[in-house]
Design a protein around this ligand. Sequence first.
Ligand SMILES: *Cc1c(COP(=O)(O)O)cnc(C)c1O
Length: 421
Amino acid sequence: MTSQQPAWFTAGYPHIWTPYSQMKIALPPLAVARTEGVRIYLDDGRELIDGIASWWTACHGYNHPHIRAAVTRQLEVMPHVMFGGLTHEPALALAARLTEMLPGDLSRVFFSDSGSVSVEVAMKMALQFWLNKGERGRTQFLAFKGGYHGDTLGAMAVCDPGEGMHSLFTGLLPPQPMLELPTDADSIATLDRFLDQHAGELAGILVEPLIQGAGGMIFHDAEILRRLRAAADAHGLILIFDEIFTGFGRTGTMFACEAAGIVPDIITLSKALTGGTLALAATVASGKIFDGFWSDDPDHALMHGPTYMANPLACAAANASLDLFQSEPRLQQIATIADGLADGLSPLRNARNVKDLRVMGAVGVVQLKRLEDPKALQRACVEAGIWVRPFRDIVYLTPSFTIGADDLGQLTATLVKVLAA
Ligand SMILES: *Cc1c(COP(=O)(O)O)cnc(C)c1O
């Protein structure tokens, strides 16, 4: 550590508790002074190319002038006002634009402030949809191995406990059925058998379409999603797509469900929604789901309302982010990034420790045979000038869509060098 560290830094962070960390042995977090484009500038003067766009949020790069200007304008007028009994243009405009962009009749937007909460809201919508109809036995969700849906208790219950970060809580959370994704004859038969026996106990089916992200960057075909849509229809179940990771272009289409040509009944969005500027999430329901709550009975209302619901600053950022998807060639850039990732990472294909290399949209994944020391790998990457966050047996790149060819080349070349060393 250099001598220019500010006092709060040299004091060794006595007051913060950092995410997913064993505080006693975790690497100390790197202090960041500022961000710009695809770069993170550290307090000590070093700069890193961000390979993961701050957990997949900063899809237009950091500090995009159009988003900054929109948030600044909104800050002058109204940083926040409660959403209970009041409403405002940034939220109304955003809701209208999201429903316009989404396929099918995903037409009612419920805003919240994080991905996990938007999943909780989706689960509550599905559970209460059935209660409002007078069906009381539908208390469960079918979820899939390798899935990740957030860190709050309800969302944790539908995460893969074996693979995810929540195995510790197995037995403490309400147990939910969890199957393999229906990818082959065996898993399809298992799904069919399960639904034949248990569909009446289910409120819905919950899946991350095309890529299971935090569970290990596992890819599947669009065909799987059509199969799930058909199964949900056959058994009258609510199909929920968690597109918190995949939404807004990451897999190559604006939403992953478009690649499958199907429409879920409820979709959750967050991560890139505000272009990495502010915390915001949306749970968007179809007309059919919304109609299940439409009643003269106050008990049929959706009883949820985050304090910072539809925060105007966050909505302004999201509207500006959507402007950029309209005015700039993002999907084209994503296709170019896909080629750049495939090319740039290809030297690893036959590397000794590499088990699999895969690319979809702006997601490049290197799966290792063994990743013994993710911290050492992360440190080596930082020393080489890139920011990645290896976990379990993978290192992945999910850069901003605005990354230039040179920076992308440097990102992949650095990763290749570090992994080959
Ligand atoms: C990140 C993520 C979540 C949780 O979002 P938070 O904002 O961290 O609560 C849920 N589902 C998926 C697919 C995610 O990638």
